[in-house]
Design a protein. Structure first.
Length: 371
């Protein structure tokens, strides 16, 4: 025991062993990515335990999500619906799911600067009606490429970013080409070949602050935005040349093509609460501005957005609301709050559903009624 004095009395304190359950203080779906050709929704997740972050990538089957959203509830507890779950020792900010030569792959960008390529070896058609187990991948903390094989997953880890990877983006014009962006101010160009992810080149100083988002606007063209308030267009074949399309006076968080089939007009979200519309053919000009988001009289960040068709835009901000904005008439046509009044972090629409995540381990949803 341990002797301790308190107000002149000596007490014998018996040592006791106390166990604590590891419970995350925050669990956040950072981004959601719908892959229609594979029929899946990919959620990139980060969980905070004290000062440490761990991560998961959850893959949901489209049919299972639609079935779950057919209930009368306003939200679903998504972990129970996960078809594939891969765990990482660092938070995951962005992930891409793709199929190459009849094999499924996942690329995850993490908070420790790592890019992880997971080769999923099972036959999707043979297993699509069965929930797959959780595969935990122990990622070594090394500064060089690492490979390992655990159960049905082949894992490759590469470190080219020196800080948080904020975005991983698949090239629609080239299925073997990817880009990534991060807090280290860089944009990295990757290629996929022979079941391996290979580093190609980088733009070291793409922005003068964190690069928050990067999207392909052509086979060799990348549109990016960042903490410096700049929206830039770069050619990966001319990595030292970057064209600033627009310079804002606050951080630009996300960019989204208005029409996925075209690469001309896009929307951008800003920390000052506004969403702006731009045309890459007309630099330094704003085509339209969505009414700034405010909460309790103060402007708050417009955090993310997604398109609902080509004329309606789904916008989320730090005001606990998800809204639909009519681009043709430049007005709000629908608005709804998160069930728990919590901050909404990410949003995605597919198959007449709007899914949005908050910080309470639920996916909220609304069904779209066509009139």
């Amino acid at each position: 025991g341990i002797n301790a004095e308190y107000m002149g009395y000596t007490m014998l304190m018996e040592p006791r062993v106390v166990s604590f359950k590891k419970i995350p203080t925050h669990k956040i779906i950072m981004q959601m990515n719908y892959v229609p050709e594979a029929g899946v929704l990919v959620a990139s997740e980060a969980s905070m335990y004290g000062f440490d972050w761990t991560g998961q990538v959850r893959v949901f089957q489209e049919s299972k999500l639609i079935e779950a959203c057919s209930s009368s509830a306003e939200s679903i507890e998504y972990p129970t619906l996960s078809w594939i779950t891969i765990e990482y020792e660092s938070g995951v900010c962005s992930a891409e799911y793709f199929t190459f030569s009849e094999t499924n792959y996942l690329i995850a960008g993490c908070m420790d600067g790592a890019m992880h390529l997971s080769k999923l070896k099972w036959d999707r058609k043979a297993r699509e009606d069965h929930r797959l187990p959780v595969f935990k991948i122990e990622v070594p903390g090394a500064d060089s490429s690492q490979t390992q094989s655990i159960d049905n997953i082949y894992q490759e880890t590469l470190y080219e970013h020196s800080d948080i990877v904020t975005k991983v983006s698949k090239n629609p014009w080239n299925p073997k080409s990817f880009c990534s962006a991060g807090w280290d101010q860089s944009i990295q160009n990757w290629t996929f070949g022979e079941a391996a992810l290979e580093y190609v080149s980088s733009i070291k100083r793409a922005h003068s602050g964190c690069v928050y988002d990067a999207q392909w606007m052509g086979e060799n063209m990348i549109l990016s935005c960042g903490q410096d308030g700049a929206i830039k267009l770069s050619d990966i074949k001319k990595k030292d040349e970057m064209n600033t399309l627009y310079q804002g006076n606050c951080s630009c968080r996300t960019i989204c093509k208005i029409n996925p089939k075209e690469s001309l007009i896009f929307a951008a979200t800003w920390d000052a609460g506004m969403v702006s519309i731009h045309d890459i053919r007309i630099p330094n000009k704003t085509m339209a501005v969505v009414e700034p988001i405010s909460y309790k009289g103060e402007k708050v960040r417009a955090h993310s957005l997604d398109m609902l068709g080509t004329s309606n835009m789904i916008i989320i901000g730090y005001d606990h609301f998800v809204r639909i904005w009519d681009l043709k008439n430049n007005c709000e046509i629908w608005k709804n709050s998160a069930p728990e009044k919590d901050s909404i972090i990410s949003v995605k629409s597919f198959n007449d559903l709007i899914l949005y995540s908050s910080m309470d381990e639920t996916l909220s949803f609304n069904k779209i009624t066509h009139q």
